[in-house]
Design a protein around this ligand. Structure first.
Ligand code: ADP
Length: 495
C-alpha cells in the first residue's frame, strides 16, 4: 500500500471517480510527481494530481499539433455536431460535475447545479451553432470578388483560474474547438478536477484524440513552458494581472496572440433616484462565490443623500445571509478557496482597518465556522487612493464611498487601474445612458448584474484585460481571417 493515495490514478471525489492524470493525445499520462488538491470546505485532501513539467507541456503541444490538420479540415457541421455531443455529455453528468466542482472550489452546489453547469453545456451549444452562422462577407472591388473566411489558427493554450473552473475553461474550449483549433487546457492547481471529467466527456462524445488535451500542474512549472512554445498559435488566459504580464511577455517572443481576461475593481453606482431595495439586493449579491468573482462590483459608490438609508438596509439584508457548507441548499456564502487566499483577504482588511477604515459589517474570518470562512465585510471610511479601494481583494469584502454629484461619481468609478465592469442603479434611463457613456468598462449593467449573453462582447479595459471574447469576437480571436480576392471572369483568359 502506498503511504498516500499518491500513486492512485483515479480519486473518488464526492462519490465520483476522477482521473488525476493528464490527458494527452487521447491517453491518460502520469507524471513522476504529484501535488495535493484540498477541499476548501473542510481542508480534506481530495486527490493527488499529476504535476506536469515542461516534458508534458511539450507532449501536449505535440499532440495538439499532430491532431490539428484533420480537425481543421473537419467540416464545420461535423465539428458542431461533436460540440453538441459534448454538451449532451455535460448535461448527462451535471450532478457529478456540480458535486466535484463544489468539493474542489467550495462554490455553492445549488449554483453549480442550476446555473453554472447548465451554462457549461450552453457554452458548447452556443459556439457550435454560432460557427454555422458565421458571416462570410463577399465584397466587390471593381469587379473583383473579396471572400472572407475564418481559418483555424492552430494549437491553442488555454489557462484558467480556480474561481469558476469549468465555466471559464469551457468559455474558451468551446469557441477554440468550434473554430477548428486544437487545444491544450491547463486548469488552476487549486481546482483541477472538473477539467479531467471534461476530458472524459469529450472522449466519450467522440472528439478525436489530440483535439482536446489537458495538462495539470503549477503555473510556473507547466503553464510557462506552454505559453513559451513556438507551435502554439493562440493563448487565452483568465487570471491575475502579474501572471498575465508574464504570459504576455513570454508570448511576445513568439508573437503568439493573447487574449487576457483579468481582474477588476468594479464599481456599483447607486443614485438618489434608485430603487433602494434593488440596489441593496444587487449589492449584497456581490458576496456571491465568497466574493471570488472577477466581475464583482466591490466598490459601492452611493449618493450621499441616500447613503445612510442604503447602509441601514444593506446591513439588515446582509445579516440574513447564511454562511456555511456550500453543499447545503440553504447556504448563501461558502468558504474561500485556500488558506493563502484567506490570509491575503484578511491582510487587505487588517491594513484598511489600521489605516482608519470602519467595518460596517464583518471585518475578519468567521469565528464560528473557522477554516476558510470569511465574514461578509463592508468597509466605510476608505480613501479613493487607499489599497483596499485600488487593489482586487477577491474575497467577500466591499467598500462604501459616497458622492455628491454625477461628475464625482464618474471620477470615483473610473479612478482605478481596472476597467472590467460597472453597475448603475438609477430610476432615470437618460442618466443611465449619460453615465454609462463616461465609464471605462467592458460591461455596464443598468439596474441588473451578471446578465451575460454569449453573443455580446466580453472583456476588460486597462489592466482588466486585452481583447474581447463572446459571439463573433471569440471567432475573431481564435480564427485566422483570410480575404481571397478573385479577378473578374475573363481577365485571365488567354486571347
Ligand atoms: P490567481 O488567479 O490564483 O491569482 P494566477 O493568475 O497566477 O493566480 O492563476 C491563473 C492560472 O494561471 C492558473 O492556472 C495558474 O496555474 C496559471 N499560471 C500561473 N503562473 C503562470 C505562468 N507563469 N505561466 C502560465 N500560467 C501560469
Amino acid at each position: 500500500m502506498p503511504e498516500h493515495p499518491a500513486a492512485a490514478t483515479v480519486a473518488t471525489v464526492a462519490g465520483v471517480p476522477v482521473d488525476t492524470r493528464h490527458w494527452i493525445g487521447g491517453r491518460r499520462v502520469a507524471s513522476a510527481d504529484t501535488f495535493a488538491d484540498h477541499s476548501p470546505i473542510d481542508g480534506t485532501e481530495l486527490a493527488r494530481i499529476a504535476r506536469g513539467t515542461a516534458a508534458e507541456a511539450e507532449a501536449a503541444v505535440a499532440a495538439a499539433r499532430t491532431a490539428f490538420p484533420a480537425w481543421a479540415s473537419t467540416p464545420p457541421a461535423e465539428r458542431a455536431r461533436l460540440l453538441h455531443a459534448i454538451a449532451d455529455g455535460v448535461e448527462a453528468r451535471l450532478a457529478d460535475l456540480a458535486a466535484v466542482e463544489t468539493a474542489d472550489n467550495g462554490a455553492l452546489l445549488r449554483s453549480h447545479l442550476r446555473g453554472v453547469m447548465p451554462r457549461v453545456a450552453h457554452n458548447f451549444r452556443f459556439f457550435a451553432d454560432r460557427l454555422l452562422e458565421l458571416a462570410h462577407p463577399e465584397l466587390d472591388t471593381r469587379g473583383h470578388a473579396n471572400r472572407v473566411s475564418w481559418d483555424p489558427a492552430g494549437p491553442c493554450v488555454l489557462i484558467t483560474p480556480w474561481n469558476a473552473p469549468l465555466m471559464l475553461a469551457t468559455w474558451k474550449v468551446a469557441p477554440a474547438l468550434a473554430a477548428g483549433n486544437t487545444v491544450v487546457l491547463k486548469p488552476a492547481e487549486w481546482s483541477p478536477l472538473t477539467a479531467s471529467l471534461l476530458a472524459d466527456i469529450a472522449a466519450e462524445a467522440g472528439l478525436p484524440a489530440g483535439v482536446l488535451n489537458l495538462v495539470q500542474g503549477y503555473g510556473d512549472e507547466v503553464g510557462a513552458p506552454l505559453t513559451a512554445h513556438p507551435d502554439v498559435r493562440r493563448i487565452s488566459f483568465t487570471g491575475s494581472v502579474p501572471t498575465a504580464r508574464r504570459i504576455a511577455e513570454t508570448a511576445g517572443r513568439n508573437l503568439t496572440p493573447v487574449s487576457l481576461e483579468l481582474g477588476g475593481k468594479s464599481p456599483m453606482l447607486v443614485f438618489a433616484d434608485a430603487d433602494l431595495d434593488l440596489a441593496v439586493e444587487l449589492a449584497v449579491g456581490q458576496y456571491d462565490n465568497a466574493g471570488q468573482v472577477c466581475l464583482a462590483a466591490t466598490r459601492l459608490l452611493v449618493d450621499a443623500s441616500v447613503a445612510e438609508e442604503f447602509t441601514a438596509r444593506f446591513t439588515g439584508r446582509a445579516a440574513e445571509l447564511r454562511q456555511g457548507d456550500p453543499r447545503e441548499e440553504s447556504t448563501d456564502l461558502g468558504p474561500n478557496i485556500h488558506p493563502r487566499q484567506l490570509e491575503r483577504i484578511d491582510g487587505f482588511v487588517r491594513r484598511a482597518l489600521a489605516a482608519g477604515a470602519r467595518a460596517v459589517i464583518g471585518g475578519g474570518p468567521n469565528p464560528e465556522l473557522g477554516g476558510l470562512y470569511y465574514r461578509p465585510t463592508l468597509l466605510a471610511g476608505v480613501a479613493q487612493d487607499s489599497e483596499v479601494v485600488q487593489e482586487e481583494v477577491f474575497g467577500p469584502v466591499l467598500t462604501l464611498q459616497t458622492f455628491d454629484t454625477e461628475k464625482e461619481a464618474v471620477e470615483l468609478a473610473n479612478g482605478t487601474r481596472f476597467g472590467l465592469a460597472a453597475t448603475l442603479v438609477t430610476g432615470d434611463r437618460e442618466r443611465a445612458d449619460r453615465i454609462a457613456d463616461q465609464l471605462v468598462a467592458g460591461t455596464v449593467w443598468v439596474n441588473c448584474f451578471f446578465v451575460r449573453d454569449l453573443r455580446a462582447p466580453f472583456g476588460g479595459s486597462r489592466e482588466s484585460g486585452i481583447g474581447r471574447e463572446g459571439g463573433d469576437w471569440s471567432f475573431d480571436f481564435y480564427a485566422d481571417l483570410r480575404n481571397t480576392v478573385t479577378a473578374p471572369k475573363g481577365w485571365s483568359d488567354r486571347g
